[in-house]
Design a protein around this ligand. Structure first.
Ligand SMILES: [Zn+2]
Length: 354
């Protein structure tokens, strides 16, 4: 992995220093902070605060505020960083986005089912929107240590992770002098987007973690087997000698047997600890990607129920962002308006009929 990937401590320090505060390390992953004015709100109006940047110091120092993924303080810092500094705003180059009809793209990509489906043939609305890019450092620590840098992009309009975006990032050209009015189509806060990014990260990492867990489990089994074999023969040997020993030598062998049993337990428990997978993730950087997209409405009607949904064409991804089922949350190329007004996918519709 890249050695330049900043960790949580680097991110927190950078935020505090950027805001004009001071951060002094007290011990590993424990810092004392002179809170700058700009961050007073996030820190409950305190001037001085200790921050624990990992679980262990957080447990050892209950007076310290934990700054861990999901904590309100980290969210506050991300929110702050979202405006300046290392959580940067970027303006990907996507060429001119001219208002035009995206009806063709909608018809090709999504089938709607309702009594009446009303598409707009008019020009789609050009409007500035944003994605949030979260870069995570994922550590998979067991008897070995593996670190990977992985990125999740969440659409701040739909609140959905945009998997297709991650693949585009390495080649993404950004406009260094870019600027634009504040994105108008932001419906999801950076904190909410971060929560969803964490969920997406977990889902993405799950198969890898499971595979690794299996591998480590097999290594543990092999090591445990070797250890058991060694102690079985040692104990067998000691018991034989105990049988043959004169009465005055017996206590010495009994002690040796007890010691061997104790040692075996200790080494087995050591192995179990060593071969346990401890996955963790740290947020390394955040940036928002701001650029215009095209939005067009679709109106669905059925027996007095009328719903309007909006579809979005993304010029960087180069296609329509797929809408999602309101029941299961999955992206869908077929959406049906139900009697209760929900717009659901084919699988959810089939489930209703079953
Ligand atoms: Zn569904």
């Amino acid at each position: 992995m890249s050695a330049a990937a900043p960790d949580l401590a680097t991110f927190v320090n950078a935020c505090i220093e950027h805001a004009g505060g001071l951060a002094e390390p007290i011990e590993p992953d424990l810092i004392e902070v002179l809170v700058p004015d700009a961050l007073r709100g996030a820190f409950g109006e305190r001037e001085m605060v200790r921050l624990a940047l990992d679980l262990a110091p957080a447990e050892a120092h209950p007076d310290a505020e934990p700054v861990l993924p999901g904590s309100h303080l980290l969210d506050g810092l991300i929110e702050y960083a979202g405006q300046f500094g290392r959580c940067t705003r970027t303006w990907p180059q996507c060429g001119p986005v001219r208002p035009r009809s995206i009806l063709g793209e909608i018809l090709r990509a999504v089938t709607f089912s309702a009594r009446r489906v009303q598409h707009s043939e008019a020009e789609a609305i050009r409007s500035v929107a944003a994605h949030a890019q979260f870069d995570f450092t994922v550590s998979l620590v067991s008897d070995e240590r593996e670190e990977v840098l992985t990125t999740v992009v969440v659409d701040l309009w739909s609140g959905r992770p945009v998997e297709a975006f991650a693949a585009l990032l390495p080649g993404l050209e950004v406009d260094p002098d870019g600027s634009s009015p504040a994105p108008a189509r932001v419906r999801v806060t950076l904190e909410d987007a971060y929560t969803r990014a964490c969920q997406a990260l977990q889902a993405r990492m799950a198969p890898r973690i499971e595979r690794l867990q299996g591998l480590i489990g097999r290594r543990l089994q092999a090591e445990t087997g070797r250890l058991e074999l060694y102690y079985r023969s040692t104990l067998h040997d000691l018991e034989k000698r105990l049988e043959k020993a004169p009465p005055d030598r017996a206590p010495a062998f009994q002690e040796k047997i007890a010691a061997a049993l104790f040692e075996r337990e200790a080494r087995l428990s050591e192995l179990t600890t060593k071969y346990r997978l401890r996955p963790s993730a740290r947020l390394a950087a955040v940036r928002t990607l701001i650029y215009p997209r095209l939005f067009a409405p679709v109106v669905l009607e059925r027996r007095g129920v009328r719903r309007e949904i909006e579809l979005c064409w993304d010029p960087v991804v180069g296609r329509l962002l797929m809408p999602v089922c309101e029941r299961c949350g999955a992206e869908a190329d077929y959406l049906e308006l139900k009697w209760d007004g929900a717009i659901v996918c084919r699988a959810c519709t089939a489930q209703d009929e079953a």
